[in-house]
Design a protein around this ligand. Structure first.
Ligand SMILES: C[S@@+](CC[C@H](N)C(=O)[O-])C[C@H]1O[C@@H](n2cnc3c(N)ncnc32)[C@H](O)[C@@H]1O
Length: 258
């Protein structure tokens, strides 16, 4: 049974701060089809479909697409773009599908935020056909870029405040190793890249709309952001210092065979 999701309160503002540059979602779709080489009618499950930043292009292309998410509000945003999309409200750890239903299972920007990645990936494997592919996608920021530095600093600040904050990189790495161990082949694909201008201020504004951060007590959020703001001013000179960075969207594609 699906209950309240921490993504519900941030759903309405999710896209505003995370819009993908034009053509990125289309390039991701093209890379998935060309790398998996599966027939065009192959059923695709988008697990953690969210507002449909990627799913929308599959729907528009008339792919056999099913989106699943545990947040009703995220799916409501998806439906605003594609009223006819096939979307199901469900927990990824308990999927309402028979074994071997899908040829492709996509997990886009989902793994880093998960604590129970094992439960979700076991279900992804169960509903995957024996010769299917699991596709994990995420945005890669430069290691010394503004986003990366601010994310790492925020994690340190929360740790120093004794706030339990999970380590996204670690759990994502463990999940990828689990997928690799059960796959017959693994491809890494840089599906799209783009240049973007960023400021520390944009990061600070966007952070308030991050589901896990927004779920912390208001006083904790304020204290952490005050500390991060002071650090950013000191480190970058101003909150409005512009940095031009190259970002990419990368896919790890785990192929299975009978
Ligand atoms: C960061 S958003 C990414 C959404 C979309 N894939 C994208 O790239 O825009 C993560 C999504 O995964 C969903 N999600 C997280 N845990 C889930 C679970 N256990 N079962 C189903 N959906 C889940 C959240 O509700 C949210 O919509």
């Amino acid at each position: 049974m699906v209950r309240y999701s921490i993504f519900d309160p941030v759903a309405a503002n999710f896209d505003q701060h995370r819009e993908l540059p034009e053509g990125v979602a289309e390039s991701v779709r093209t890379a998935i089809w060309s790398t998996t080489r599966l027939p065009p009618a192959t059923p695709i499950l988008d697990l953690g479909a969210g507002t449909g930043r990627f799913g929308q292009v599959f729907v528009a292309a008339n792919d056999f697409y099913v989106g699943v998410d545990s947040s009703q509000e995220m799916l409501r945003e998806f439906l605003k773009h594609n009223a006819g999309a096939c979307l199901i409200l469900a927990e990824g750890q308990q999927l309402p599908f028979r074994d071997g239903t899908f040829g492709i299972v996509m997990l886009m920007q989902v793994l880093s935020g998960l604590r129970d990645w094992r439960g979700l990936l076991s279900e992804a494997r169960r509903v995957l056909r024996p010769e299917g592919a699991i596709v994990v996608g995420h945005t890669v920021n430069p290691p010394q870029g503004i986003n990366t530095q601010l994310k790492e600093r925020l994690a340190t600040i929360l740790q120093e405040m004794n706030i339990g904050w999970h380590e996204p990189k670690k759990s994502r790495g463990q999940a990828l190793a689990w997928l690799e161990a059960s796959a017959s082949r693994h491809d890494h694909v840089r599906a799209a890249s783009w240049k973007t201008n960023l400021t520390p201020r944009e990061f600070l504004v966007r952070r308030r709309t991050g589901a896990r951060f927004a779920a912390l007590p208001a006083a904790v959020q304020e204290e952490a952001l005050q500390k991060l703001t002071a650090w950013a001013q000191n480190t970058f000179g101003s909150l409005d210092t512009i940095s031009t960075e190259e970002h990419s969207f990368e896919l790890d594609i785990f192929h299975h065979s009978k």
